[in-house]
Design a binder for this molecule. Structure first.
Ligand code: HEM
Length: 202
């Protein structure tokens, strides 16, 4: 009986996490139907999706320290899933840029990637995320040695830093928002250097 209710509460928890992750997307779709995507809908959607990609990257980084300090060990089980949501939002962000913002104008896209440092860094962060997403598929993950998998997935640290740099460079005047995310990322990376903590997290 206790085991059944434990499994049920885990299913509810898992369903709630899924719902929370899909919610920003549903809100954007709802705003679209309500014609409430501001005067510049493309820029608004592009920026919202980018912001959520960065927030989910931060959340992924936060789960190990959360498990360590709260004792909620199951947080570790959700790292991979939330990381995949970060990738999903980054894919939608990139697709909005390519298909809607630039309307598949490849020469301009290539010029942007080469000439605009914030796009170059965003693209590099995205390309680094791709192998992490692919190796998060259970079948592929099982084929990898755990050490190699962990080593590869440490790329999440530079990716988060690049996400913040991308944000910082694209903002023209008020840098408070990117600095806020920069401080969060630095704290989440710094906490991994605390020796007592290092033993407990990977
Ligand atoms: C891990 C990958 C990425 C993350 C975390 C990310 C994150 C962000 C964030 C946080 C913003 C700013 C949102 C705001 O202003 O409130 C943004 C904007 C933007 N990103 Fe990304 N991004 C990523 C990849 C890319 C890629 C690959 C491209 C294109 C090749 C791209 C193009 C843009 C553009 C064009 C903007 C809006 C710039 C503007 O409105 O002036 N991003 N992104």
């Amino acid at each position: 009986m206790a085991r059944t209710s434990g499994a049920l509460s885990r299913q509810v928890e898992s369903g709630l996490i899924w719902l929370l992750c899909v919610m920003p997307l549903l809100i954007l779709v709802g705003q679209g139907f309500a014609d409430a995507l501001t005067a510049n809908p493309v820029e608004y959607v592009l920026r919202e999706l980018g912001l959520w990609a960065l927030r989910f990257l931060c959340l992924t980084l936060a789960l190990s320290p959360l498990a360590r300090f709260s004792g909620w060990r199951r947080a570790l089980l959700y790292r991979r899933r939330i990381g995949l949501w970060a990738f999903a939002y980054a894919c939608l962000h990139l697709s909005t840029y390519i298909f809607v913002d630039q309307a598949l104008d490849w020469p301009t896209i290539v010029k942007d990637i080469v000439k605009r440092p914030y796009i170059t860094i965003g693209m590099a962060a995205f390309l680094l995320l791709v192998p992490l997403a692919i190796t998060s598929i259970n079948r592929i993950r099982r084929r990898m040695a755990p050490r190699s998998w962990l080593r590869l997935h440490r790329a999440i640290y530079p990716i988060a830093i690049m996400g913040v740099a991308h944000f910082y460079l694209l903002v023209k005047a008020d840098h408070r928002d990117p600095l806020f995310y920069g401080i969060i990322v630095l704290m989440l990376l710094g906490i991994r250097l605390v020796p007592r903590h290092r033993a407990a997290i990977k």
